[in-house]
Write a protein that binds this ligand. Structure first.
Ligand SMILES: CC(C)(COP(=O)(O)OP(=O)(O)OC[C@H]1O[C@@H](n2cnc3c(N)ncnc32)[C@H](O)[C@@H]1OP(=O)(O)O)[C@@H](O)C(=O)NCCC(=O)NCCS
Length: 179
């Protein structure tokens, strides 16, 4: 487990997969990530098998918040790809429970992941991609110290128009754990 102030990150279990299917089939949640079709349990199980075949440090983790005496899953996060020679990793996050948005959980999970990336995985650079219309995500990343690096112009077609894909990153030496 990786513990934060209000949450913990734990390993993904096969029993969690139905939650993910539920979350990404919500158009508001899916709109922020690189998915655009209804998603089935069968596809999720195939994704799980291929993901579990990757190195353990690239497995997604469930984000859980404390509710009374138990822990409630609200989303997942992790590093999609790790480049050990360059000590660089691409971060991804999804809070599937919309009723938990805008309460600081996304940025808290990103901060935990940065701490894990820099202080456990010994990364030097963490980066991510985000659609330009995903203002909530951009703000959450800025709060965690990510800076805008550049963008791919009109790289994603969604909702009848093209949007830019922004690249953001934070280096270990500029990261501030006290945010
Ligand atoms: C993006 C996501 C992780 C953010 O999580 P969250 O818990 O809502 O984020 P936080 O509460 O930590 O921060 C959100 C910030 O955006 C702000 N915000 C919300 N809507 C906004 C908007 N339309 N424009 C500008 N800022 C906005 C909030 O006010 C908050 O900033 P503040 O703390 O300064 O007030 C979550 O919404 C999510 O998972 N969305 C669906 C999947 C997704 O888009 N993943 C990211 C892919 S790159």
């Amino acid at each position: 487990m990786i513990y934060g102030k209000r949450m913990r990150l734990r390993a993904l279990e096969k029993e969690d997969l139905h939650l993910y299917v539920e979350w990404v089939n919500d158009p508001d949640v899916r709109g922020g990530v690189a998915m655009y079709l209804p998603f089935s349990m069968y596809e999720e199980e195939k994704w799980y098998e291929s993901t579990m075949a990757k190195p353990a440090a690239e497995h997604p983790m469930m984000i859980e918040v404390k509710e009374g005496d138990s822990w409630m899953p609200i989303g997942d996060c992790g590093f999609f790809t790790l480049d050990h020679r360059n000590r660089s990793g691409e971060l991804g996050i999804l809070i599937g429970r919309k009723d938990y948005w805008n309460q600081g959980y996304g940025s808290e999970a990103v901060q935990l992941l940065l701490e894990h990336g820099f202080n456990t995985l010994n990364l030097h650079r963490v980066y991510l991609r985000v659609f330009e219309d995903n203002k909530r995500a951009i703000r959450a990343y800025e709060k965690c110290g990510f800076i805008h690096e550049g963008h791919l112009r009109s790289a994603e077609y969604k909702d009848g128009k093209y949007v830019d894909v922004l690249f953001m990153s934070v280096l270990k030496e500029e990261w501030n754990n006290d945010r």
